[in-house]
Structures are given as C-alpha cells and as structure tokens.
Design a protein around this ligand. Sequence first.
Ligand SMILES: [Zn+2]
Length: 491
Amino acid sequence: MKNSEKASARKPGNPDLEVGPTASPGAKNLPSSSSRRKFMSKIGGASAAACTLAAVGLEPLRAFAVADTRVQPTSGRVQHALTSPRFAGWRSLEGTGFAMDTARSISVLEALVGFDTTSRNSNLELIAWVEAYLDRLGVAHARVPDGTGAKANLMATIGRPEVPGYILSGHTDVVPVDGQTWSSDPFRLAQRDGRLYGRGATDMKGFVACCLAAVPDMLSRKLARPIHLALSYDEEVGCIGVRDIIARLRDAPVKPVACFVGEPTQMQIIIGHKGKHGVRATFRGKSCHSSIAPDGVNAVEHAADLITEVRRRAEKLAREGARDDMYDVVHTTLLTSIAQGGTALNIVPDECTVEFEARGLGMDESKEVTDAIVAWAKAEIEPQMQKADASCGIDFEEILEYPALDMKSDHPLVALAKQLSGRNSHGKVSFGTEASLFVSMAGIPTVVVGPGSIAQAHKPDEFVEISELTKCAGFIERLIAHCASSRGLAA
Ligand SMILES: [Zn+2]
C-alpha cells in the first residue's frame, strides 16, 4: 500500500469523529470575514476561542470526544480509549482580547496537543480530527498512508488546484516525553503566563494549528493562487513521511511556486540548514579466549581504527574545510556517537557496532563525507580482517539522511518571506528540517519560518508564546492576501 493514496473516508455517523450536532455550513455558506468579526463582537462573556469556531460552524473543541488510538510498540495492537482533550487554561482566555486568529489557533492547538503523536505511535486519530475539521469547512483532502497503514500524511488544497500555489508544511509527530519531568500533563494544553505548554506546542503543532485556524479566512477570500496544506508523519525519526508528499508534488502536473516549512524559528526567515548522513558499521570479528588473542579477530580494535579515522577527518574538516559564517559551527562536522562491543575481559570480541554521522554545509556534502569513510574502511580495515579469517568483515547501513538547505539570500522567495513576516533579515539554523527535501526532491523553493523557539523543542515543559501564534497568524494572513492578488514570486 506504500505510496497509494486513499480518498478520505468520511464517516458522519462515527461517534468518534462526531464534532457537534450542527450541520456543516459548507464553504460557500460560510459567513464572510467581516460578518464573522461582527458576529464575534456581539458575543460577550463567552470564550473567544469557542466563539471563533462557532462562527465558522464548528462546535467548541472542548465538546469533542475523540478516540485515542495508540499502536502499542510491543504488540502492534491498536487500543481505543475515549478521551477528551481539554485545555487547562481555557477559562483564562475569556476577556483577554486575543485577536480572533490567535484565539482560533489556540483552540485548534488544544486539540492537536491532545493526541499523543509520539513518532512510535499512530497519528491517524489526529489526521481524522483534521479531516473532520476540513470536512466541516468543505475542503477536500487526501491521505497518503505509510506502508503499514498505522500512519498517514494529509494533503489539502484551498483554491484552484490547476494554478501553481504555496505550500504550508508541518509534521504531526512529536518526540517522546519518556524520562522527562513536566509541570502539567504534556498532552493537555495548559496556559501559564502568556505561554501555551504541551508536547509539540512549539515543535510544531503550533504552526499546524495556525495554518488550520486560517482555513476559514483562506475560504472567505477568492484565491487566485491556491494554498496547500501538507501534514507529515515521522519527521522526528528521519523526515520519512514527507518524502511521499514531495514525490506526489514532483510528479503532479502543476508544480507549486514555493513552500514554507513552519519549524520553530520565532518567525525568522531561515534560508539554510546543514544536511545529515548517519551510518552504522557492524564489525564481524572472530572470538576466542583472550589468552590466545592472536588466534581471534578483534572486532573492537578494528572498530577503533574507524573511530580514529573519523576523528582525524573531522579535525581536517574543521581546519581546512569550507566555512559558512551564518552557522554557529561554521564548518561541516563529523563524529562517532555510538560504539558498542565486547562481552567480557577475557574474550576476544567478535562484534562491535559503531555509528557515525556527518552534518555538512553543502547540499550533498554529508553523504560524500560518510561515503568516503566507508570506502576508506573497505580498503584499509576490511582486508586486514579477512586476511585473518575470510568470514570476517564490516557491514555498513545508512541510518538516516537528509540534504542541506541552501537557498540563496537573493532568491525571490526569501524576499517574499521577508515581506510576509515584516522582517528584513534572514538566517541559518543548525537543526535539520523537511525543507531541504522539497528543494532536492522536487525543486520547490523552500524556506523555514514558524512560531516558537527551537530552544523549547524536545524539552520538558515545552511551550510556545501566544504572541508567536499571533505573529504566525499575521504571516499567514498576509500570504492569503498575496495569493488573492495572484502574484507569483517575481511580483
Ligand atoms: Zn520539528
């Protein structure tokens, strides 16, 4: 089933997906943006977020009862339990005067955080929630499932699909909370001091929430250029899911103009990040009693030769390699992160596993660097092992790879992104994103810009500032205006 697209199965009668008793108004029946604002202003005392959803025909999210479906990592069993994601800081939204876009983003974020989409789990309940949300707004969508059927990407287009448009891209998975101490339930959005706490609040459900919250506004404008939503799975474990989305975009008759990946950058325009290539090397030696060590083939010691070579090359890259002053670490880095081997002091070890990675400046540099090390080990280490015993050797496997993002600062997309964000500067970041895959796989110009800070990502008490969601909503609002005016990148 890999790479196959299935039309979304809408089940209005499914109680797990029931979003409220009111009938869907359909996109064409939506109240206009201005009439919704008037509607909003008439309502006093009630939660702003709840009202914004009511204004577009949606029930407040707190009324949702959704099925919490988790794939148990050990058994693969799917377990259902009725849960109700709640927003712990809900009441404090009342009368706070958040802009409607922000209040709506918070409301959507509350729902998204309520799904435990740690990469090892299924993300299908979150996807089903988004599908129900889009159904209510009359927006068509398509799932792109993974090979197991336990996870899926989701794509949706607002506007005319036959015209090149803009992609807003985000991942739906989050990193684990295992071993972390949180002040509140990580899967229940909580507001404290102008911040929204929850796993994924900044990385990167906050951005996804802003995009979804803006869909009614996208629908209320006549878009000359469409806006595509691309939600992926398994970004945190190697940018896996998005590759199927990009393959579709690459093969589609109409190629999008550009893409914005909303990883947390505090809405700064990021034009570059390093690429990464990780390799696992398994050394197969020959075991014997350590008192007759010359009869064996010591896997740990041969692995040590590889580790030493990795270090030597890393130092050379730091000394003589290319430099880019926009990065904190200005050169390509290379290191061994894991070395495991040996069982007892008096046994010559017959196996050792080493994992090493390169993070390169140039688009394909990471892989070139690790490929060169693999070639060196095959030429220099493996023959020695096989000379002692023909069954010995080294097995190499790729663990993870993505290319570097390297958009030119004078690219028209960078100028547009600055215009939309109201900033004059751009930067580069040390963390990897899906952005480089849009460029390398499909030639779609892409920058990274999203709410929240990477400093809070992957940590306990992860949060996003509410003001960041407001800025992001503004960015998307200006993108909608840009698309309504039919301008492309060159305009
Ligand atoms: Zn992320």
